[in-house]
Design a binder for this molecule. Structure first.
Ligand code: ADP
Ligand code: MG
Length: 868
């Protein structure tokens, strides 16, 4: 029971070292012994199980029954073919499934949290799986606790432990020993931090006491096997469509069978045909194709620095029409440099900074002491805003470490984006100083005096307004403004909140943070494609607007608003103004939620970025929550749909582009599969209505289904990106899978394919009067080859195949060649020709058949050229 023991005792028992942490050698020994710090994965599905899942499908049952009946009736070749079809189908299914699974798995790996530990005397960031018992672990707000820790140092540390205790109010932590009582419940172990709980406030250090499955959460470990399979909206619609199609196919088959009975056809033959048609008409490969295309799209997005955490996001991305973006670090580089300062009622260039002036000296010291960053020539860590403050110091040979040796920090109130302030309490000799830095407006509210040339004077309205004028002058130049203030206090034992009262204003720093390259172009690209960009920032309104203007986000000042102002607006006002607003400044995380909701109310599909602990609600509220990969906290990442590994705005746009392309590609696969299936139904059904002899044999249908449903459909799914995809407006997510006339288009194409096949049969029958087999063979080849050619046209609904480049999609060309090749083998290898009961076509037959097969493609291309 670690919490009964003192910190020192725990460290000693675990043979660790609070100052330096473990050595690398010791870590590798312990890793060997205890294994990685992770909770056991759920059991992987075995290949056999996957195979079973493939076969466990009503359609397959029907096919199996058909094979059985065929075998009983001594139609051995039919039985074998059906069996082969089932086997190939299942294998393809298993391969597809496991591929999709793997892709998803590698995604999960990408988002394992990081931990900061002290090892070999240095702070390093490692993957939390590499943690071992005895490691000294640093905690800060927004981070998941990576393993079970006995805390040895805390500064206002609060941890939310609902994952473990169900209690959602964060509990205060302390490093002090707990007196031995009977048995402290987890929630009462104030000096412990448990794996998978969440730091919501403050900082702390702990020594790892348990890792992996030995942790408290590992002991429960039930949450892990929640195998949530969240279907994307499209997948849900497809599942519905699948059901409808299933019933439709069943209906047609029954109808066909009845007609056949009336026509006194061979019943067994008709039974097989009906089953084969049902199998062919239901696009059973579709869900797998969709998953694979989505998963592969996700892989491609990773290369473009966007990690999609939830598959549905890929689809939603393509429909986004508003991007709400943070300013600092996303639109800008987050490389701050102090260029101006304000002290003693004067705004000056940083080059004329003078350390001999007491106010200026205090300004610098306060900015460096009330600071969590570290800075040296070759290593900078922490918030770029704070690094910039240390950088100024280093130019004047002042370093934080030296300052802190003389002014030890004894307490602190961390920065949060609600107060927009940060305070430290420092001890200098035997006096205590509170130092606060933060946003000018918020800081001025709590200042009652001002420090001018070494004197403490009351702060008058005049002085206040001068300060604001100085601050505005900086913000208008797009500078980020930071103010600082201080006060002396008697003893450190005061209420912590009282530190931020009655302060003495010192001065301001203004720092430049240049926009990122390419961001301007990305914003332009967005507006051309009907996507609005909105800047959301905690920064000053003028600063925000200046940058927004530079980037082309906003043109007039009326498009900028303060978070607080927005907060007080009535529903009606919001609804009236929201379409015009482009910049939200001095925003707190709560406002963000309100902004998202207001935008969504207007029917927009909103993407919102965030990084802080408090951003989780707005990320969840948005259609696409985007977390920052570099500066983002674990909480923000956990709540997000997508993570930007480079924190860059342009990456969001690239992801949207990719999302649109992926959606279009999936649609192409669907259109192709369905129009082909309709074609097959049309060919068989009309043939029967006309009282013709069977146009195709059942196994022909199964075969065509096999070669067209697999490779060509997948190849369409990975069609190369359409460079003009951003010239279109965002898709309306409310429209169904087939918006506008797509449904009619499908039917027409199905008819064309069906009629082309019938034509082949008709002519074959006319020429070779006594050979049904010959006519069937021609219909068989035309049905499959025309579908293969038709894929080329499906690649774009407006551009001609020449414009998009016939050979651009190599996979598709490959799929077509393989398809034709296999088709050729089936009819020209004598043994197979026997099984399929087909005729070896003559050269002129081939010529004719190929010509016919071009019809659907050519008609579609003509149609495109007329319409557009
Ligand atoms: P954003 O990330 O949108 O720029 P922040 O919430 O980080 O907004 O910052 C809002 C304001 O808070 C800034 O304009 C600045 O005045 C102040 N601020 C930012 N970082 C710090 C910090 N580390 N300490 C004190 N104040 C800060
Ligand atoms: Mg920030």
């Amino acid at each position: 029971m670690w919490f009964y023991k003192s910190g020192e005792q725990v460290i000693e028992e675990l043979k660790s070292d609070a100052e330096n942490g473990l050595t690398s050698d010791e870590v590798s020994i312990r890793l060997q012994k205890f294994g990685p710090n992770k909770l056991k994965d759920k059991k992987k599905k075995s290949i056999l199980w996957l195979l079973f899942e493939q076969i466990n499908d009503p359609l397959i049952y029907i096919l199996l029954a058909a094979a059985l009946v065929s075998a009983l009736l001594k139609e051995i070749s039919d039985a074998v073919i059906i069996a082969v079809v089932i086997i190939i189908n299942s294998i393809v299914g298993v391969v597809q499934e496991s591929k999709a699974e793997k892709a998803l798995e590698s995604l999960k790996k990408l988002s394992t949290p990081k931990a900061i530990v002290r090892r070999n005397g240095e702070l390093v960031e490692i993957s939390s799986e590499e943690l071992v018992v005895g490691d000294i672990v640093i905690l800060d707000a927004g981070r998941y606790v990576p393993c079970d820790l006995r805390l040895i140092e805390t500064a206002n540390l609060k941890i939310e432990e609902s994952a473990l205790t169900g209690e959602s109010v964060p509990s205060d932590k302390s490093y002090e020993k707990i007196e031995k009582t009977n048995d402290a419940a987890l929630g009462d172990q104030k000096n412990m931090a448990f794996m998978s709980t969440l730091v919501t406030y403050g900082r702390g250090t702990g020594v790892a006491v348990a890792s992996g499955m030995d942790t408290e959460i590992g002991k429960i470990a039930k949450m892990l096997n929640t195998d949530e399979k969240n279907l994307t909206p499209l997948q849900k619609k497809l599942a519905q469509l699948g059901k409808i199609l299933g019933f439709a196919a069943l209906f047609i088959c029954v109808l066909m069978f009845i007609i056949a009975v009336i026509q006194k056809r061979d019943l067994f033959e008709m039974f097989l045909t009906a089953i084969s048609l049902a199998v062919a008409a239901i696009p059973e490969g579709l869900p797998a194709v969709v998953t694979i295309v989505l998963a592969m799209g996700v892989q491609r997005m990773i290369k473009k620095n966007a990690i999609v955490r939830k598959l549905p996001a890929v689809e939603t991305l393509g429909a986004v029409n508003i991007i709400c973006s943070d300013k600092t670090g996303t639109l800008t580089q987050n490389k701050m440099t102090v260029t101006k300062f304000y002290a003693n009622n004067k705004l000056e260039d940083i080059s004329s900074f003078n350390l001999k002036n007491p106010t200026q000296k205090l300004l610098m010291n306060s900015m460096m002491l009330c600071n969590d960053a570290t800075y040296s020539e070759n290593s900078k860590t922490g918030d770029p805003t704070e690094i910039a403050l240390l950088e100024v110091g280093s130019k004047f040979n002042i370093f934080k470490n030296n300052l802190e040796d003389l002014n030890k920090r004894v307490n602190e109130i961390p920065f949060d984006s609600e107060r927009k302030l940060m305070t430290t309490l420092n001890k200098h000799e035997d006096k205590y100083y509170a130092i606060t830095k933060g946003a000018v407006d918020n800081l001025l509210k709590i200042c009652t005096k001002v420090y001018i040339d070494g004197n403490i004077l009351p702060i008058t309205d005049k002085i206040k307004s001068d300060i604001l004028v100085g601050s505005d002058a900086m913000s208008d130049e797009a500078l980020r403004v930071l103010a600082s203030a201080f006060k002396e206090i008697e003893s450190p034992d005061v209420k912590i909140n009282s530190l931020e009262e009655d302060l003495i204003f010192i001065g301001l720093y203004g720092m430049i943070d240049p926009p990122r390259e390419n961001v301007k172009d990305s914003i332009e690209e967005c507006s051309a494609s009907g996507i609005r960009t909105i800047m959301i920032t905690g920064d000053h309104k003028n600063t925000a607007f200046a940058i927004a203007k530079e980037l082309g986000i906003a043109q007039s000042e009326s498009q900028a608003i303060l978070g607080a102002e927005f907060d007080t607006m009535s529903e009606d006002d919001i609804s009236e103004r929201i379409d015009n607003l482009r910049v939200f400044a001095r925003v707190s995380p709560e406002h963000k939620v309100k902004i998202v909701k207001a935008l969504k109310n207007k029917g927009n599909i909103v993407s919102m970025t965030g990084d802080g602990v408090n951003d989780a609600p707005s990320l969840k509220a948005a259609d696409i929550g985007v977390a920052m990969g570099i500066t983002g906290t674990d909480v923000a990442k956990g709540a997000s749909d997508m993570i930007l590994t480079d924190d860059n705005f342009s990456t969001i746009v690239a992801a949207i582009k990719e999302g649109r392309n992926i959606y279009n590609n999936i649609k192409k696969s669907i259109i192709f599969l369905l129009s082909c299936n309709i074609g097959e139904i049309v060919a068989i059904f009309i043939g029967i209505l006309l009282g013709w002899q069977p146009v195709l044999r059942p196994i022909h249908l199964l075969w065509v289904n096999l070669i067209t449903d697999s490779l060509p459909a997948l190849a369409l799914g990975v069609d190369p990106d359409d460079p003009d995809v951003m010239k279109e407006k965002p898709r309306d997510p409310k429209s169904g899978i087939f918006p506008g006339k797509t449904g009619v288009f499908l039917l027409i194409n199905g008819m064309i394919i069906g009629i082309t096949t019938l034509t082949a049969f008709y002519i074959g029958n006319k020429i070779y009067k006594d050979s049904l087999m010959h006519a069937q063979t021609m219909a068989f080849v035309v049905l499959s080859v025309s579908q293969l050619f038709y894929t080329l046209s499906v690649r774009h609904n407006k551009k001609s195949i020449f414009k998009i480049g016939i050979f651009k999609n190599k996979y598709l060309i490959g799929a077509i060649v393989i398809g034709i090749f296999l088709q050729n083998i089936v009819i020209s290898v004598p043994f197979l020709a026997d099984v399929f009961k087909v005729y070896m076509l003559t050269i002129s037959d081939w010529f004719f058949v190929i010509l016919l097969s071009f019809i659907p493609l050519v008609l579609n291309e003509i149609f495109k050229s007329i319409r557009f």
